[in-house]
Design a protein around this ligand. Structure first.
Ligand code: SRM
Ligand code: SF4
Length: 554
């Protein structure tokens, strides 16, 4: 391993506990952006500097600096948020965030388009809602995912509590966030000790998810650390622990790859934090710090071996693993519409098309959700599939919620085929600096085109998982879909096929760098073959894996 540290390592080391010169950068009125090292440090506070890519060329021609603005992401473990918090976010979005909210694949809320002079006021407004953005981005443990399914509510409540406790335990200790954004007076001249992270934090981002089978609604195999709840007679006896999932790749760099997590074993409930700290510190001490592309936990595990890693986690935590318990997933996406929990309360899962919430010509989603939040007495749960559950509605309250649901047009968004309802897309253009092709703005058109093909082949109700990412970083978790488009260039994508229906098998590259007409032609032909040749009820992803991907491309 080369001894040369990546530039980000030096920035972290010199940052005085993630403070850097953020205060000075924010005060500099000559530019809408931040100094470069501060852009890196800002991420640890839950925000990214971006620019409007739709305007980039025009501004360059006019010799103007890019139209800088900031994306802000919340730390909301399990995506649970109260109606009062929702209303506050609605206000914040209208005032600072271009009247738009975005629900993410990690159960967070994102604001886009916040300008530098209003960044601090926006973070303060968010903090007033008792939600923070600490560690929502950066080389730390990120927002912790939890199955959002409120039907298995007894087990879910326990697992949610475990996830919140873990999220708190893995927070960095620095007071930088409080000092920079909330004007807290520094207590000591020297940066505080980070017992878990050390002065340079982790080599890379670190992601944790909890899942309650049989619903794999968080894609538990995609995360650095996964806890699969083992529920016996309604009680959570413990967790199967998974490590080393991760989806980010780089086009043309064969050293990078998507990886489904490996199983370490079973632990009793109560040992999660000790295990998480051991996994995290092993990665802290052994992950590569010279090459960020190769520094995720998945590469550390593959270079040291799963058995070595298991032994090291046992040594550091003092918790021995028992053999993993048998687990079966039988579903994956969200359960749309009305469902009733064991306690008689109702839950309404809304479809929000790539998680974007704004008032547009075709639907006034921001206003519709505001109306719901004004009367709702339960809570909201952001799902890991960019949707929203209006949860815990009493039977008495249901008629009023139902009326708003219908009158505001929210119900119409559910009148779609399974493939369209379950399709995901990352943000991509115009805000994501890494996007190579459209994703969110292309989702409706492309999923509609795939639906038309399915209808033509006589299988309009097939629940095929379809995901689009604007680049190979994989933010919509495309590599676990049955059909995925991965952006290559404007209007061009790699086509991946062959994931399974429950998020347990990675798909594979099927066609490279093709445009929409080529993609649809390939799918048209292959849907036809699948219909004729599939075993009884064989899913498209399974057929693709068994047949299409074993053939040499025509
Ligand atoms: Fe992501 C970077 C958006 C979930 C893998 N991701 C980005 C950035 C911040 C671009 C950047 O670095 O400047 C994107 C901001 C776009 C924008 O304008 O908002 C971005 N990622 C998103 C979100 C909003 C996608 C969405 O449409 O919902 C998701 C926010 C999650 C959250 O709330 O915390 C999001 N990103 C994911 C996931 C899915 C997951 O975690 O379940 C992945 C794949 C899983 C994984 O991490 O392996 C993912 N994002 C990446 C990567 C590749 C990491 C890697 O290991 O190579 C990057 C680029 C990087 O880190 O260098 C990235
Ligand atoms: Fe941006 Fe790529 Fe992530 Fe899409 S997959 S949000 S284009 S980094």
């Amino acid at each position: 391993m080369s001894a040369t540290l990546s530039a980000v390592e030096t920035i972290k080391a010199q940052s005085r506990g993630l403070r850097g010169t953020l205060i000075e950068s924010l005060a500099d009125a000559h530019t809408g952006g931040l100094r470069e090292p501060d852009q890196t440090l800002l991420k640890f506070h839950g925000s990214y500097q971006q620019d409007d890519r739709d305007l980039r060329d025009e501004r360059t021609e006019s010799k103007l600096e890019p139209a800088h603005s900031f994306m802000i992401r919340t730390r909301t473990p399990g995506g649970v948020i109260t109606p009062a918090q929702w209303l506050a976010f609605d206000d914040i979005a209208r005032r600072y965030g271009g009247s738009s909210l975005r629900l993410t694949t990690r159960q967070a809320i994102q604001l886009h388009g916040v300008i530098k002079s209003e960044l601090k006021a926006t973070l303060q407004a968010i903090n007033k809602t008792l939600i923070d953005t600490i560690a929502a981005c950066g080389d730390v443990n990120r927002n912790v995912l939890v199955s959002a399914n409120p039907i298995e509510s007894a087990a879910h409540a326990l697992v949610y509590a475990d996830a919140v406790a873990l999220s708190e335990a893995l927070l960095p200790k620095t007071r930088a966030y409080h000092e920079i954004w909330l004007d807290e007076q520094p207590i000591a001249a020297t940066p505080e000790h980070e017992p878990l992270y050390g002065p340079t934090y982790l080599p890379r981002k670190f992601k944790t998810a909890f899942v309650v089978p049989p619903q794999n609604d968080v894609d538990v195999y995609a995360h650095d650390l996964g806890f699969v709840a083992i529920v016996v007679d309604g009680e959570v006896s413990g967790y199967n622990v998974l490590v080393g999932g991760g989806l980010g790749t780089s086009h043309g760099d064969t050293r990078t790859y998507a990886r489904a997590a490996s199983v370490l074993g079973f632990i009793a409930r109560g040992a999660e934090i000790a295990i998480a700290e051991a996994v995290l510190t092993t990665q802290r001490d052994h992950g590569r710090r010279d090459e960020r592309r190769l520094s995720r936990l998945k590469y550390t595990i593959d270079s040291l071996g799963v058995d070595w890693f298991r032994g090291e986690v046992e040594r550091r935590s003092g918790v021995p693993f028992a053999p993993a318990k048998a687990v079966r997933f039988s579903a994956r996406g969200d359960r749309f519409g009305w469902t009733q929990g064991n306690d008689g309360r109702w839950h309404l899962t809304l479809r929000l098309r790539a998680g974007r919430i704004a008032d547009r010509d075709d639907a006034s989603l921001l206003s519709a959700l505001r109306q719901l939040a004004q009367v709702h007495r339960g809570d909201f749960r952001i799902t890991a599939n960019q949707n929203l559950i209006v949860a815990a509605i009493t039977p008495e309250a249901r008629p009023e919620i139902e009326q708003i649901f219908i009158e505001t047009g929210l119900s119409e968004l559910l009148e779609r085929s399974p493939v369209e309802l379950n399709a995901l897309a990352c943000v991509a253009l115009p805000t994501c600096p890494l996007a190579m092709a459209e994703a969110e703005r292309y989702l409706e058109r492309f999923s509609g085109a795939v639906q038309s093909l399915l209808a033509r082949h006589g299988v309009p109700e097939e629940p095929i998982s379809l995901r689009i990412s604007g680049c190979p970083n994989g933010c919509s978790r495309p590599f676990l879909a049955e059909i995925a488009l991965v952006g290559k260039a404007p209007g061009r994508y790699n086509l991946h096929l062959g994931g399974d229906a429950f998020g347990e098998r990675l798909n594979r590259l099927y066609r490279e760098n093709i445009d929409e007409s080529e993609i649809l032609a390939v799918l048209d032909r292959d849907f036809g073959r699948w219909r004729r040749e599939r075993g009884s009820a064989e899913a498209f992803g399974d057929y693709a894996d068994r047949v299409l991907l074993t053939e040499t491309p025509a």
